[in-house]
Design a protein. Structure first.
Length: 186
């Protein structure tokens, strides 16, 4: 009798199938890692600071249109709270304001900002008051994780009310980039 060594046809098909499935799983993990690596949180880039300046100018123009002299951002937010476009949170007699433009169906006064600059949310608050508050955890629960990181990073630098703008750039593969920037408001 002759002893045959090597693979037979069925063994070869099984080995190729196992290798194909393994490579397919590895490719899926690799593409997920690549997508997630593009998702990042960035603070105060030059571009975002310029965009935030234009957002602030948008509020200044609204103030001029209304013929008023008070703080432009706070005035706009107070004027648009009834419509649900902006909200107010109060903790320990301190307040923060949020205008949420993230919904695809958003069609309010700030729509040009959303389209032109990819504005996701606008915040008006004093970061030091938020972080140093005795109710800091309850207050920070009002914000998303990227905004909480940003507020904590800038809280030592600001002791005034500031305008924080969150930009969200969405890429075609579903990944996104979140950028925060802030300016002091008069």
């Amino acid at each position: 009798m002759r002893k045959e060594s090597g693979f037979v046809f069925m063994e070869t098909i099984v080995v190729i199938s196992v290798l194909s499935i393994t490579l397919l799983l590895l490719f899926g993990s690799y593409s997920y890692i690549l997508r997630k690596s593009r998702t990042k949180n960035t603070f105060d880039t030059t571009e975002s600071i310029y965009k935030t300046y234009y957002v602030k100018s948008f509020f200044e123009n609204y103030k001029k249109e209304q013929g008023r002299t008070d703080n432009s951002v706070k005035m706009y937010i107070e004027d648009h709270r009834a419509s649900g476009e902006c909200t107010k949170q109060t903790h320990n007699s301190q307040s923060s304001y949020i205008c949420d433009l993230s919904a695809d169906s958003y069609n309010g006064y700030l729509r040009p900002l959303k389209k032109a600059y990819e504005v996701d949310k606008i915040y008006y608050l004093n970061p030091k008051n938020v972080v140093d508050s005795t109710e800091a955890n309850a207050w920070l629960n009002e914000f998303d994780a990227t905004t909480i990181d940003y507020i904590r990073n800038i809280s030592a630098s600001f002791n005034k009310d500031i305008l924080i703008v969150k930009y969200k750039k969405i890429y075609s593969d579903g990944s996104y980039e979140v950028i925060h920037s802030s300016l002091e408001v008069d």
